[in-house]
Design a binder for this molecule. Structure first.
Ligand code: SAH
Length: 368
């Protein structure tokens, strides 16, 4: 069964009205209401909208010319109108089952997505399939430890280009996608309008529960508030990476114009407005930000904050000199946080062998 939409009816009506007004191709990412408005604009009966929706999201059709329930004449007329699916450019499978995809967009640009399967286990008895999606071609944030940032920035992705990544992985695995993390190339909150539209579509058109969608951001002033105002039950993950402003600025240049106190205050607002706890991502770089004193300083910021710390041991990239801390270092960082009553987990990246782990999404084929 598909999870039901978790948007309240009033917001839903507004969303439907707003989206029905901009019914323009590419069609992928559009709601039933938008598609219905569009088919009517084309002189077709309203029920064709629902059919189109089913063919796009359930059957994965790539060309309007292939929709056999439409009349031959109309199919010929609209054959050139893009649905908005990308082409598979490259695919590689890591021994742990993680699959990395390079997708070629209509203008020739390449983006990367990762499919991460997880089988059973106590915590998640049903098998899960998580997709890590990109939101931009490249990234302008230039974080010092991140491969994407080293390659510069090209453009934002459209909503269809984000939804397409999820459908591509779903079709390849022949399994429903259960979770989506916005942790691929790019900074989602610099592309917040398209990201919000993609989230709406992933939830209502593709059928993924809002709580299973996670947006990861380095933090852009006022944009976390904008996310909260969208009143969705998605998970917010904030790439904090340092317990103080000086260190954070060294790692994340954009932090310069957004002091850590302001960022944390906006995160607190997010918790108040949504009732959802925030995840703080914290990359562990040996000797840089992984000492017990850093853990203690981090704990001081987060005491009483409805949050959770996700530690990410650094994945080495060619362009940077950082080192991944050893297990003992990681364990003592965890222990300090636990002693300070801070909820903490460690994320060991999957897909290292497919160059598909965090920060590695620029490696290999497609590199420019
Ligand atoms: N721009 C967003 C999302 C993309 S990166 C953000 O910054 O949150 C997703 C996560 O991977 C971020 O927490 C990022 O800091 C982390 N990451 C980037 N490069 C990494 C690397 N080399 N090793 C480990 N984590 C990395």
């Amino acid at each position: 069964m598909l999870p039901l939409s978790q948007v309240d009816p009033l917001t839903q009506k507004k969303l439907d009205r707003a989206s029905a007004e901009i019914a323009i191709p590419p069609l992928l990412g559009a709601s039933v209401a938008e598609l219905t408005a569009w088919v009517q604009q084309q002189g077709q009966p309203a029920y064709r909208g629902k059919q189109l929706h089913e063919w796009i999201y359930q059957k994965g059709v790539r060309s309007l010319a292939d929709i056999s329930v439409f009349s031959k004449q109309w199919r010929a007329e609209v054959a050139e109108i893009p649905i908005g699916r990308s082409n598979l450019h490259y695919r590689s499978v890591a021994p742990d089952g993680t699959v990395k995809y390079l997708l070629q967009l209509a203008d020739g640009q390449i983006v990367e997505s990762v499919g991460i399967p997880a089988f059973g286990g106590k915590e998640h008895p049903k098998s899960r399939l998580t997709v890590c999606v990109s939101t931009q071609v490249g990234c302008p944030m230039a974080c010092d430890f991140c491969a994407t940032g080293k390659g510069g920035y090209k453009r934002n992705l459209g909503r269809h280009e984000i939804v397409d990544q999820v459908l591509t992985v779903q079709e390849d695995f022949q399994q429903r996608v259960s979770n989506v993390v916005f942790m691929g190339m790019g900074e989602p909150l610099l592309n917040v309008d398209n990201v919000l539209e993609a989230i709406r579509s992933l939830n209502q058109d593709v059928g993924i529960g809002q709580r299973s969608l996670t947006v990861s951001t380095v933090g852009i002033r006022n944009r976390i508030r904008q996310l909260a105002q969208a009143r969705m039950q998605i998970t917010l993950a904030v790439s904090l990476h340092a317990p103080n402003q000086t260190l954070r600025e060294q790692l994340i240049p954009s932090a310069h114009s957004y002091p850590i106190e302001d960022l944390l205050a906006e995160c607190r607002e997010y918790v108040e407005m949504t009732g959802r706890r925030v995840t703080f991502e914290y990359i562990l770089l040996a000797g840089v930000n992984d000492l017990p004193k850093h853990a203690l300083e981090l704990a001081q910021h987060l005491r009483g904050f409805q949050s959770h710390v996700n530690l990410i041991p650094y994945n080495p990239i060619q362009e940077a000199d950082y080192k991944r801390p050893n297990r003992d270092r990681i364990a003592s960082f965890v222990n300090v946080l636990k002693q300070q009553q801070i909820a903490v987990s460690v994320r060991y990246s999957r897909g290292l062998e497919a160059d598909a782990a965090c920060g590695q999404l620029r490696a290999g084929v497609g590199k420019e």
